[in-house]
Unconditional design. Structure first.
Length: 270
């Protein structure tokens, strides 16, 4: 059996958590990641039938039964993942229709998975129904997107259009737009269900006055989605108080979409 610390999925998770912390997106124990993996990726590094302990999930996810996930632990700091992956991460398999998680590796201090685990799993289920190759759900607290929710209309179309107008690349990266939830209590099944519903139509869901959820096929894609939206929000905040003398017009956004053969969110361009 190979050393799991050398597994590509683990080294990539370590690299991503460190990068997110360096960006200032995951202060203290803020933020969480879940990455769905295939058994073929895991079997060279651990016995997938050797269960360490069971972790009740508090929800049901029949469509994810038997799936494997690498997740961050609750109360864990992203800055510490690189120093002790086995303490700060957990590798598990959902069982009993999603009502239980079988811990296969990690959380060596007796810890539990992220408190946002239900929201992550509900979002995974929603995205898989849209894109069978979706694998990652990532939650963090980017400062500019968070600040934008205090001063901008939270209408999803208006929010997305502002971001699209800030950087030429935005409509390239997220033509499906950004969905927005008003403030809700985090760590509950209710916000998980609301987020999953929003995930049916977009890979980015902003939690007003809190942060953002992103979904993608791998860590790079998901990180890049949030990174691009955050850059656009930063530009918006730098110019929002100034007279707007120029912008990227809807016709120009259509030119970008046509050139790249993208389909922007229906009805979101004038």
């Amino acid at each position: 059996m190979n050393d799991i610390l050398s597994a590509p999925f683990l080294t990539e998770m370590v690299r991503t958590t460190a990068n997110m912390y360096a960006h200032g997106w995951d202060e203290r124990n803020g933020g969480n990641i879940s990455w769905m993996l295939d058994e073929s990726e895991l079997s060279p590094y651990l016995d997938v039938n050797a269960v360490v302990r069971d972790l009740p999930t508090g929800f049901e996810a029949p469509s994810l039964d038997g799936r494997y996930f690498l997740v961050t632990g609750t109360g864990k700091y992203f800055k510490n993942v690189a120093h002790d992956p086995a303490k700060n991460l957990g590798l598990l398999r959902l069982a009993d229709g999603g009502r239980n998680a079988r811990l296969l590796w990690g959380l060596t201090d007796g810890g539990k998975v992220t408190s946002e685990f239900p929201a992550h799993m509900m979002s995974h289920a929603a995205r898989l129904a849209v894109d069978p190759l979706s694998r990652v759900v990532l939650h963090c607290h980017p400062s500019n997107l968070l600040a934008m929710t205090y001063v901008h209309d939270l209408d999803e179309r208006a929010f997305t259009r502002t971001l699209w107008q800030m950087c030429t690349e935005c409509i390239m990266v997220f033509p499906d737009g950004v969905n927005v939830l008003p403030w809700m209590l985090c760590g509950t099944n209710e916000i998980g269900q609301a987020t999953a519903e929003k995930m049916k139509t977009a890979r980015l869901v902003v939690w007003a006055q809190h942060g953002i959820y992103g979904a993608g096929r791998d860590l790079d894609e998901t990180f890049g989605l949030i990174e691009t939206a955050e850059k656009a929000a930063e530009i918006y905040l730098k110019i929002a108080h100034l007279p707007r003398l120029a912008t990227i017009t809807d016709d120009q956004l259509r030119q970008i979409a046509d050139h790249l053969r993208l389909i922007p969110r229906d009805g979101w361009l004038d």
